[in-house]
Design a protein. Structure first.
Lengths: 242, 836
């Protein structure tokens, strides 16, 4: 069995204390394999975004363990966590979060440059990524010159650059129209098919339909999971027990 | 609209590979990205600054102003000492020889000095009286280009005199005696043609008539300038018989002291700007919170995040330093001319202390970077999720900063008390410690204000709560405002002290003393005049005063014993009355002469006393402490009942008065001795020359003083400058804080708040900071000055009332009015936030 890219074991997250205590997550277990897309669904305030921030080492869990590519995040220093985000984890935000002062190419190359790759080489890699995403003509533009869909594609490119294995997307098409949202989801799916593990937080069932598996979260607790519907040929596969 | 179902992978799709091979292999640095990462952060910081340069304009301008003031002011201070000692030139020792004794002895002494020291310069001095002037004119026999005297004689027009029939005069002498090139001067009885205008570059107020040493008669004194090892030592071996005085120079550490003081003053000034810059960079960090959070999310370390902000600080500092240095040097060019007239010696425009200028520029860049470091540190420590959510951290406890404030305050006051007015190092340390105390006390002051406004109307309450919410930024700004007000408070007190303290002890720059005594006679030898003659003299004084702005003329009467015989004037030889004088013991059997005038209410006021405060039994009112004795004509006897008062501090204004009771009891008779003329403004050289002409015509002599007007100008300029800087800082901080509260403003407007509420919000913010700044600044500076002046608290009573009023009332009032007028406009966008 292949090692999971992401594992959450009994992860709990509590904010505040006493009367103001909020249980954002309670004993959540989640495993995501390479090439798998998992959608985390739930209403607002259910803990979807918290799950992603903990998975992406942006926050530490109150209890439980998080492993990325077999490495536990517990006890990691802030510098180690930053290095892990540069090299292994790609984050896609709902509101793109591109730096307005950098060009498209520079935004994509940013994680590489932060990791010590020389600017010219980083830009070259970024341009290849732009080519893959069909944004080759926009490399010299600034984010405020792009449409919402283009910005999100650039954000995905930044998350993918450097061949990261774990992609975390928090409502990636929440600010986009339906047609553009589909384009974004195709890109994420393509990345998954190329071998990345993807966790997608969404409240939209149509977006969740792109995933291989859907995890339902309510009030910080995993309440249900659903896998992809099997096709009619599955009954005739050799591995199926009779 | 239906989203088409995504394509499902076929059932027999192969299992995904464990991990793809990297398509674009790259070489990464092992640590935190090294140079490429720093370059990326620097690039983004530069781009950010270019996009948002408007938000940093005020900080940059303030930095530029501070650097400009430090460069121009430092260069001016460095040029205050004259190029050489005005009396000694560049000599190590000057021997003053008596020229009136035997010429042979004088020549022998000069030869001995030449043999001992090799190269010497010889200058002869002959004091000669001129009509209308109390002080004699110096006829100076000096050769130009002397080894040691080169820097105390220079030619400005014409040529140097040669032979017995020529002379050169200084410009001041020419104006005073109505002389010009080609004219004639004959104060020594020998007519000489004026062939040149000369000056003493080290003392432009040194007025003299220059004659050729070869063409002059025996001088009264001869100054011999010598230098080199052994100058001033082993004088017994020289066997000098005519030496009356030996002048020498101590080690010259004046420039080092000045450079140290300038750097310290620049540090304090830049500290002020750093406080303001910290507020500005804090606002910048807050505006960029989400972007900095995103940087962290993609893998930037805390050091990378800090580097972004510190780079912005460095860039702002660099721009401010370069522009400020250029502005300071540009201001120095015209300032050099003003300084020349203020200091009274030649000032070279190219004499710029480049090391000091460089140090100030480096300090400015460092301070700006330091100001950016604090908010950078705060942001880098913020949890990434909070930064991404654009939520600033909650205000932290103010207990530790308050404790530090108390410690720094105690240290600061201790240093100032120990240093007094004499120890620059302790004064600087005390000032810096007090400034830091204000910085640490400021957040607590802001929070206390927030609590105090709990029951205020909603707009005021909101303004005070916003200040408390942004207490770090408001605290830094409050410290800047306090410092901006505290510095001019200190300068006002210092200038008041200097103004009341005579430098060389005669008069203030707006006073003249007109004496009846003849030139060359002591002031107590009064020529005998009829009443009609006294009336004529009084009319002449009136004509003198008419040329001065808003003059006041106070008659000065002395008293004489009618039983004492008349005497003959020492210089004039005419019959005179010897007015009563006192003696002040000055060593064994030695007395310093103290002139006594008849008391009048105006002269009492001059001494800082009122008639009601003088006991009825007092016969002598004096500012001298010590036992006055009567000497003249009566032997030595203790003075009658005496009351000691403050005095004006000037030695040529009346400082000892006789009451009418004393005059009656001692059987004295009043006699007009002179007049004290006071002008509303400093007496100029041309006014003085006109007064001298009238005095000469009437047989009177005048005494005057120049040069103190600059103190009043400095005091007023410092107060104005401090107020402008404080109000500018206030305006910037209020703009920053209200800008951060733009969302609140939108909510208020959408809820129905009127322009009055919006105006009240801004006015309350401005007024709160202004009041706190005034309190902290004046209290901090005041306590520090109390420590310095604890032995001379009277200086605080001499501060013109306009300054406390301006600081305590004017600043808050200006803040309220400004805040009210500037605010009120409805926000452009109510429904939406401005996108990045």
């Amino acid at each position: 069995m292949t090692a999971a890219v992401l594992e959450l074991r009994g992860v709990t997250k509590v904010y505040g204390a006493g009367a103001t205590e909020v249980h954002a997550l309670t004993a959540v277990d989640l495993t995501v394999q390479a090439g798998e897309m998992v959608a985390v669904m739930g209403p607002s305030g259910s803990g979807k975004s918290t799950l992603l921030t903990i998975a992406g080492s942006l926050e530490a869990p109150t209890s439980g363990e998080v492993l990325v590519e077999g490495t536990s995040l517990a006890g990691m220093s802030a510098g180690d966590r930053a290095r892990m985000r540069r090299r292994h984890v790609g984050y896609v935000f709902q509101d793109y979060n591109l730096l307005p002062g950098l060009t498209v190419t520079e935004n994509i190359a940013l994680p590489l440059e932060l990791d010590g790759v020389r600017a010219r080489k980083a830009a070259e890699v970024a341009r290849h990524t732009l080519d893959d995403l069909g944004l080759a003509d926009h490399g010299r533009r600034f984010p405020d010159e792009l449409s919402g869909g283009q910005r999100q594609r650039v954000a995905i490119a930044r998350a993918l650059v450097g061949d990261r294995r774990l992609l975390l997307a928090d409502e990636p098409s929440g600010a986009l129209d339906t047609q553009t949202g589909e384009v974004v989801m195709r890109l994420l799916r393509k990345a998954c098919n190329a071998g990345a593990a993807t966790v997608l937080a969404t409240h939209d069932a149509q977006l969740a339909a792109w995933a291989d598996r859907v995890v339902f979260v309510r009030d910080g607790v995993t309440v249900d999971q659903a896998g992809p519907a099997a096709g009619p040929e599955s009954l005739l596969t050799a591995d199926t027990p009779r | 609209m239906n989203v088409p179902a995504p394509p499902r992978p076929p059932a027999s799709a192969p299992a995904p590979v464990p991990g793809p091979e990297p398509r674009h292999p790259v070489r990464r640095s092992p640590a935190e990205g090294g140079v490429p990462a720093r370059r990326a952060m620097t690039r983004w910081a530069w781009r950010m600054l270019r996009r948002e340069w408007r938000s940093q304009v005020l900080v940059t301008l303030l930095l530029m102003l501070a650097v400009g003031v430090a460069v121009c002011g430092g260069t001016a201070l460095g040029n205050i000492p004259p190029p050489a000692d005005p009396t000694l030139g560049s000599a190590d020792v000057v021997y003053v020889l008596n020229g009136r004794d035997e010429a042979r002895a004088l020549a022998a002494d000069i030869a001995a000095l030449r043999a001992r020291f090799g190269v010497i310069d010889v200058v002869g001095h002959s004091p000669l009286t001129a009509a209308g002037l109390a002080s004699p004119i110096d006829y100076r026999a000096q050769s130009p280009g002397g080894t040691y005297t080169d820097q105390i004689l220079a030619l400005t027009h014409g040529r140097y005199p040669s032979g017995t029939g020529e002379a050169a005069v200084t410009a001041g002498m020419a104006e005073l005696l109505d002389l010009r090139l080609g004219g004639t001067v004959a104060l020594d009885g020998h007519p000489r043609t004026i062939v040149g205008i000369v000056t003493n570059p080290s003392d432009l107020k040194d007025d003299f008539v220059l004659v050729d040493p070869a063409g002059s008669s025996s001088p009264h004194t001869v100054s011999v300038f010598v230098g080199g090892r052994g100058a001033g030592e082993n004088n017994e071996e020289l066997h000098l018989t005519t030496v009356t005085q030996q002048l020498g120079q101590g080690p010259d550490n004046q420039r080092l002291v000045i450079d140290t003081l300038v750097l310290a003053a620049a540090t304090i000034l830049l500290l002020l700007v750093a406080f303001v810059a910290a507020a500005g960079f804090g606002a910048l960090a807050h505006r960029r919170l989400r972007q900095l959070g995103m940087l962290a999310a993609v893998g930037a370390s805390a050091r990378h995040v800090r580097l972004v902000m510190i780079t912005a600080g460095l860039l702002v500092g660099l721009v401010g330093a370069i522009a400020g240095t250029a502005a300071g040097l540009a201001c120095w060019l015209p300032a050099a001319g003003w300084l020349q007239s203020a200091t009274g010696h030649r000032v070279d425009q190219s004499a710029i202390p480049w090391f000091l200028v460089g140090a100030v520029a480096v300090l400015a860049v460092a301070m700006a970077a330091a100001a950016a470091w604090w908010p950078a540190r705060a942001v880098s420590r913020l949890p990434v999720t909070l930064a991404l959510a654009d939520r600033p951290p909650a205000p932290r406890s103010t207990r530790r900063p308050a404790g530090l404030a108390a410690v720094f305050f105690v240290v600061g006051l201790g240093c100032l008390a120990a240093g007094g007015k004499d120890t620059p190092a302790l004064i600087v340390a005390g000032t810096l410690a007090t400034a830091l105390a204000i910085l640490f006390a400021a957040p607590l002051a802001v929070r206390l204000l927030g609590w105090a406004g709990a029951r205020a109307p909603v707009a005021v309450r909101l303004a005070l709560r916003d200040l408390a919410r942004h207490q770090a930024r408001a605290g830094a700004a409050l410290a800047a405002i306090s410092l901006a007000l505290g510095i001019p408070v200190a300068i006002v007190v210092l200038a008041t002290d200097i103004q009341a303290t005579p430098a060389s002890g005669n008069l203030s720059d707006h006073q003249l003393v007109v004496r009846v005594a003849r030139a060359g006679d002591p002031p107590s030898l009064i020529p005998i005049h009829t009443d009609a003659q006294v009336s004529e003299l009084t009319a002449a004084v009136g004509r003198m005063a008419a040329g001065l702005p808003s003059p006041t003329v106070l008659p000065l009467d002395m008293a004489y014993d009618p039983a004492a015989p008349t005497e003959n004037g020492v210089a004039s030889g005419e019959p005179v009355r010897h007015a009563l004088e006192f003696g002040l013991p000055h060593g064994a059997n030695t007395y310093q002469t103290v002139l006594a005038y008849l008391s009048t209410p105006e002269l009492l006021r001059l001494l800082g006393a009122s008639p009601a405060g003088i006991p009825a039994t007092t016969e002598v009112i004096t500012s001298h402490s010590g036992d006055l004795v009567l000497v003249e004509g009566r032997g030595i006897e203790k003075a009658p009942a005496t009351t000691v008062v403050r005095g004006s501090g000037y030695t040529s204004t009346p400082d000892t008065l006789l009451t009418s009771g004393a005059v009656r009891r001692l059987g004295l008779v009043p006699i007009r001795a002179g007049w004290l003329v006071e002008s509303a403004r400093p007496v100029t050289a041309s006014q003085l020359a006109a007064v001298r002409r009238v005095a000469a015509g009437a047989g009177l002599t005048i005494e005057a003083r120049h040069g103190q007007g600059t103190v009043r100008t400095v005091r007023a300029s410092a107060a104005a400058g401090g107020l402008v800087v404080a109000l500018a800082v206030l305006a910037m901080v209020v703009g920053l804080i209200r800008g951060e509260g733009a969302a609140d403003l939108r909510t208020l407007t959408a809820t129905g708040a009127t322009a009055g509420i919006r105006r009240t919000l801004t006015a309350a913010t401005a007024a709160s900071l202004a009041v706190l700044g005034v309190l902290l600044g004046t209290v901090g500076a005041g306590l520090g000055l109390l420590a310095v002046y604890r032995q001379d608290l009277a200086v605080f009573g001499r501060i013109p009332a306009v300054y406390p009023l301006l600081f305590l009332l004017g600043v808050p009032l200006a803040a309220v009015v400004g805040g009210w007028l500037v605010a009120g406009k409805e926000p452009a966008r109510i429904a939406r936030r401005q996108a990045d």
